[in-house]
Design a protein around this ligand. Structure first.
Ligand SMILES: CC(C)(COP(=O)(O)OP(=O)(O)OC[C@H]1O[C@@H](n2cnc3c(N)ncnc32)[C@H](O)[C@@H]1OP(=O)(O)O)[C@@H](O)C(=O)NCCC(=O)NCCS
Length: 315
């Protein structure tokens, strides 16, 4: 079963402080928009700036920035420009949050130290980065990190104008392969396929849930069946469980889809297969309850009709 998937392009711009990352990001955005493309520019400094002067730590800002990049990549926007992700670990953090199928162009900038210092000192609004020793430390750190940053396009900024750099990025974008083929995007849905407890823990963590280790091993024996959705690599990307009274009534529980794969039809597809299988098992009714914000998902996308129901919290 194949799901629709968005086909945004993410341009990640990595470089040492004062290499001109943000100037390039702004110029690239301007040039792309001039061609009619829709572009979101997401920069780390803006996220950090939201909490200044009380920023808890850069790690805090980097995580929120990565989330924001991921959310932008899940929209119908043509290009998302990420400016500020700089270490290999941060690149990985962003990659884990973007939807499956997002094409990525990772631009790795290099710059001369003295030229960067001159740029930094020419910008009165900068703080610490105008200090020679601070900037030297950042450039040394970046030089050591470079071997971990393969990137898709390396550009040395010196001797090139922002417009020329942006044109080089656009040329690389134009040369990128089209969105992955339908085969690459295939998600396979299986009724009662094998799932490990650890996989469900990891899937639940991916959407910010609070998994209990051993939960699935306890619950599985009481289930009519369950649906797993796996991508072509076998990664679990969606799940739903169907509990049963042994007669006419089945109960839909624990619908989940991987955070990076949400809003791609996976949740609807696992529920659809659960409905088919509960019907095939002879059940007459399939029940579900949910929080109000999921009404659109269950009532409109999955086809449940609203009904009066009751609930008592037992512990
Ligand atoms: C709820 C959940 C399973 C939906 O999975 P999904 O794969 O994103 O769902 P789909 O892509 O099939 O969504 C189909 C439609 O349902 C609606 N929908 C899905 N998630 C929604 C949400 N969080 N809020 C409002 N509407 C939503 C939308 O109309 C969506 O269509 P669109 O993307 O074109 O707007 C997923 O968000 C999830 O795992 N959430 C965390 C766990 C959870 O809360 N589970 C529910 C337990 S009752």
């Amino acid at each position: 079963m194949t799901q629709r998937a968005p086909s945004p392009v993410l341009v990640m711009i990595t470089g040492p402080i004062a290499a001109g990352k943000s100037t390039l990001a702004v110029e690239l955005t301007r040039q792309l928009r001039a061609t009619g493309a829709s572009v979101a520019l997401v920069d780390l400094d803006t996220v950090a700036g939201m909490a200044r002067p009380t920023l808890p730590s850069w790690t805090w800002a980097e995580k929120i920035h990565a989330d924001l990049v991921g959310h932008c990549c899940a929209t119908a926007i043509d290009v998302v420009v990420d400016e500020g992700t700089s270490t290999a670990a941060e690149v990985q953090q962003v990659r884990e949050r973007i939807p499956y199928g997002t094409r990525v162009l990772h631009v790795v900038l290099t710059a001369d130290f003295e030229a960067s210092l001159a740029r930094a000192q020419g910008e009165p609004a900068r703080g610490l980065s105008r200090d020679r020793e601070f900037l030297q430390r950042d450039h040394d750190r970046y030089a050591a990190e470079l071997s971990n940053l393969a990137g898709d396009l390396r550009l040395h900024v010196e001797g090139r104008t922002p417009s020329q750099l942006a044109s080089a990025v656009r040329a690389a974008l134009a040369g990128m392969p089209e969105a992955s083929s339908e085969t690459d995007r295939q998600v396979v849905h299986t009724w009662r396929g094998a799932i490990d407890d650890a996989e469900l823990v990891e899937l639940t963590e991916s959407h910010g849930g609070n998994p209990a280790v051993g939960w699935w091993d306890t619950v599985r024996g009481h289930s009519l069946g369950w649906v797993s959705a796996r991508d072509r690599t076998g990664l679990l990307v969606g799940f739903v469980n169907v509990a049963w009274d042994g007669g006419d009534h089945a109960f839909l529980l624990d619908t989940k889809s991987r955070a990076s794969h949400q809003r791609q039809g996976i949740g609807t597809a696992v529920v659809r297969l659960a409905v088919e299988q509960a019907r095939a098992a002879g059940c007459e009714w399939l029940h579900v309850d949910f929080e109000p914000h999921l009404a659109e998902f269950y009532l409109e996308a999955c086809g449940f009709r609203p009904t009066a129901a009751g609930l008592i919290r037992l512990r």
